[in-house]
Design a protein around this ligand. Structure first.
Ligand code: SF4
Length: 531
């Protein structure tokens, strides 16, 4: 940091999210003084999403607790991501920039921020997109971190790049660092994702208006015991780890004077072995409770009573598919009875709205499977007045059994598959509209999901797509010859028992690749697809 920051936020009027800081309760903020080394923590999207990410809060608090460093936050709706929220200090005044890549498309924002600023420091990236496949970002960052960073932050700040790589190699031959420069010199590398034992936790945190409203974020666990075949979270956050009820309640107790609501964070919170007891105790403390999601098959009268008493007004359920056949293909483990039972319980407690999440573009999908989405939504509407139907196309993600599929759910990608997906969306929209005025439906932008698929599965040349910008990204997939990443990745080889190396297999997430192949074959069998 070369000094020279301003306490005033002259652009606050133009960037209303910057005002967020005046309503924040922030126990971690630090004041600049001479000699401190600046770390910019960049969330390449809106404040409301960034502030709801507990991992980022942890990194922020950790850096600000280190004697020689100061950390400030950047969001795209605060000074366009070019100045910090805390002191409006320009990005280029910082020595390090840590980027969190939660969604593939956010990389376009990162590219823009870096283009517009004159940042010359060390560019570090982490987050689920880096854990799934760092290759498309190799030309953008100096270092990518694969895993849960809790125990590595000080080392990243204090060691130089080559030492980081070498010290890891000395220990285990595999480390969590993807360092493009070192890798280019020394050829391909294997990376091992690292995980935390969840021993570290935040006793206090920033309380602000985030995705759950003004709430305490309570991370009750990481990882998931389920095996949904489309799910990246399952693989990149395994194994499942839960925090003890006593610890969670202690954190809640400490914070209850400053906040009235608590959000329970985990990939599948209702799988916590003491979920109901935790809910009950939090309600007794007077908290309004908002779980990040709820499984329909885990809902019973008692659970819903507690949630309704503590302020829950609507229910979100993700059956993922309309027909039983498709639900077996994705292996979500939720039946129509589970969904309707949840709707009935919600109606009995006067809930007015249920939101249903579905996917299309699944392997072996037929028009009757789409009809089934409408059928089950109608049955839910027999219980509650308003039903919001959310439908997105499957993004066949790396490290999942569906990684072998093409975008559109086939074993081979054809340009017409995009039109077919769009036709499916039009079909669903028509049906939803003709059924009831209380059905809500937001059509997905199929092109955006195609771009997401290419970025998540691509190699280093995907950087050209990123450079060309978000605006014509879908068209650029084809002009840059990147449609191969929309195609099935190795499906035929797997089905013919010839194993195939996929680009992201440079990352060891601790699963056996043969298991994914087996699961994929099972899904193809259930989908009645032929090679
Ligand atoms: S979709 Fe949800 S329940 Fe299924 S594996 Fe992923 S996190 Fe678990």
């Amino acid at each position: 940091m070369s000094g020279g920051f301003t306490e005033r936020n002259p652009a606050t009027e133009r960037y209303p999210a910057a005002k967020g800081k005046s309503t924040e309760h922030n126990p971690f903020a630090k004041k600049w003084r001479k000699g401190l080394r600046g770390v910019a923590l960049v969330y390449p999207n809106r404040y409301v999403g960034g502030i709801s990410n507990l991992g980022l809060q942890y990194i922020y608090s950790k850096i600000n607790s280190l004697p020689g460093f100061i950390c400030e936050r950047f969001y795209t709706d605060v000074f366009g991501g070019l100045r910090s929220l805390e002191t409006a200090t320009p990005l280029e005044k910082f020595e390090f920039a840590f980027f969190s890549l939660q969604y593939e498309e956010d990389v376009f924002n990162i590219y823009e921020i870096l283009k517009k600023s004159d940042f010359r420091g060390l560019k570090v990236a982490g987050g689920p997109c880096i854990m799934e496949n760092p290759l498309p970002y190799a030309k953008l960052f100096d270092l990518m971190f694969v895993g849960e960073a809790e125990n590595y932050i000080d080392r990243i700040l204090m060691e130089n790049l080559r030492d980081l790589k070498e010290s890891e190699l000395g220990e285990s031959e595999l480390g969590p660092f993807f360092i493009p420069e070192v890798m280019a010199e020394e050829g391909r590398w294997m990376i091992r994702r690292v995980k935390s034992d969840l021993r570290d936790y935040l006793k206090t945190e920033i309380i602000a208006e985030g995705a759950y409203g003004r709430a305490l974020l309570l991370e009750i666990g990481r990882g998931c015991k389920r095996n949904c075949r489309f799910c990246l979270v399952k693989r990149v956050y395994s194994p499942v780890r839960w925090r003890r009820k006593e610890l969670l309640l202690e954190i809640a107790e400490k914070n209850k004077e400053i906040v009235e609501k608590v959000a329970l964070i985990a990939p599948s919170p209702s799988d916590h072995p003491e979920f109901k007891e935790i809910l009950f105790e939090l309600k007794e403390m007077g908290y309004a409770i908002s779980p990040s999601s709820l499984r329909a098959d885990k809902l019973d009268e008692e659970t819903l009573d507690i949630l309704v008493e503590s302020g829950l007004r609507s229910l979100t359920i993700a059956p993922e598919a309309g027909s039983e056949r498709m639900r077996k293909v994705v292996d979500k483990g939720i039946t129509e009875d589970d969904v309707l039972n949840a709707a009935k319980l919600a109606a009995e407690r006067s809930m007015e709205k249920i939101k249903l999440y579905f996917m299309i573009g699944l392997p072996g999908e037929k028009w009757e499977d789409l009809e089934a989405i409408i059928d089950i939504s109608k049955k839910v509407q027999d219980f509650v007045r308003r039903v919001e139907v959310s439908v997105n196309p499957l993004v066949p993600k790396p490290h999942t059994p569906f990684q072998f599929l093409s975008f559109g759910g086939k074993l081979e990608f054809k340009r017409e598959d995009i039109n077919e997906l769009k036709e499916k969306v039009r079909f669903l929209r028509r049906k939803v509209r003709s059924e009831s005025k209380y059905f809500e439906f937001k059509p997905p932008a199929i092109e955006e999901f195609a771009v997401q698929t290419v970025i998540s599965r691509g190699g280093e040349e995907v950087f050209e797509l990123i450079k060309a910008g978000r605006k014509n990204a879908f068209r650029n997939i084809f002009s840059l010859g990147l449609e191969k990443y929309l195609d099935a990745m190795g499906a035929r080889a797997v089905l013919l028992d010839r194993s195939e190396n996929l680009p992201w297999q440079i990352i060891d997430h601790g699963y056996n690749p043969k298991r994914l192949e087996k699961e994929f074959k099972r899904a193809i069998e259930l989908a009645e697809l032929e090679i």
